[in-house]
Design a protein around this ligand. Sequence first.
Ligand SMILES: NC(=O)c1ccc[n+]([C@@H]2O[C@H](COP(=O)([O-])OP(=O)(O)OC[C@H]3O[C@@H](n4cnc5c(N)ncnc54)[C@H](OP(=O)(O)O)[C@@H]3O)[C@@H](O)[C@H]2O)c1
Length: 318
Amino acid sequence: MKHFQLPTGEKIPALGLGTYLSPPEKIERAILSALDAGYRHIDCAAIYGNEKHIGAVLKKAFNQYPRKDLWITSKLWCDAHKPEDVLPALTRTLEDLGLDYLDLYLIHWPVALKRGVELPETREDYLTLEEVPLRTTWRAMEDCADRGIVRNIGVSNFSTKKLTALLSTAAIPPAVNQIEMHPYQQQRVQVAFAKKHDITLTAYCPLGSVGEARTTRKGCTPPPLLKHPLIMTIAKKHGSTAAQVLIAWLLKQDIVAIPKSVTPERIQENFKGSELSLDANDMRVIAELDMGARIIDGKVFTLHNSPYTFENLWDGEC
Ligand SMILES: NC(=O)c1ccc[n+]([C@@H]2O[C@H](COP(=O)([O-])OP(=O)(O)OC[C@H]3O[C@@H](n4cnc5c(N)ncnc54)[C@H](OP(=O)(O)O)[C@@H]3O)[C@@H](O)[C@H]2O)c1
């Protein structure tokens, strides 16, 4: 399995298993089949509501797969951005996952919510970034890293503008930015920025997720990526599947991919995507598919007279 080296010298496996919307009753089979297939990286988050179930599976799995061989990521939810709330949130995640350290902890969104709010329903549920600046949340993340309970820290859904501001005050630079990335959302600005600043990108929704792209630069709704004729043609050429092409496309650019599945056959299929090598012509064809599409457009944070807007959330980087 390909790895990418982070500034701490640690190596993040290029392929991980996503767990958003993985129902508790399907988690055991999903994680165990992923480990059997060769995955060593699991992407979690407190807000997915399934960390306790994942923890129970990991406890069993450690008999066969030692903790040190696995890479576990989790994410700080928006309601714990106040510096005094970061360590308690991380402690809860560690307890739920049954771990004494995480390999990577991310600020899930550059959005602050009041303590206890999962998703905002009124203006009162929000805190502004003036009230809880990202740099103060980051300082608390750095404290967690200094304690050794997270080996690497990073962010998710941060524009390069927000990353630039963070880098100007950070004692520990963010190792990773986890963002939506697939052929309809190629994130060229982020890719160039990440190379320059030694930040590893992780692609979420690498298969186009289950939803349609809601926001596109071209104002149209594209067909599901897994059924795109050009992706299918490339897959046929290599004797592979569309999902494998989408995963190989990311890894070829040194981007971590975290496809989610709870279906053992698909989990194995996706793993084989990490062994597929696309050629320059395949990459040229896929490069043409970019349309600034977003499946996860953060709209949920822009409702109810929110201080957050589509514009200030993404800083115009689509
Ligand atoms: N940081 C963030 O804000 C953020 C946002 C979204 C997601 N994420 C992370 O990124 C992970 C991946 O994103 P995602 O779950 O939204 O989307 P995704 O991985 O692009 O797509 C998942 C969907 O594709 C299906 N699938 C998986 N493999 C397949 C295959 N080989 N053929 C056909 N269908 C296949 C899955 O179905 P089955 O499960 O039924 O097989 C599921 O419905 C998440 O699980 C989560 O860990 C992070």
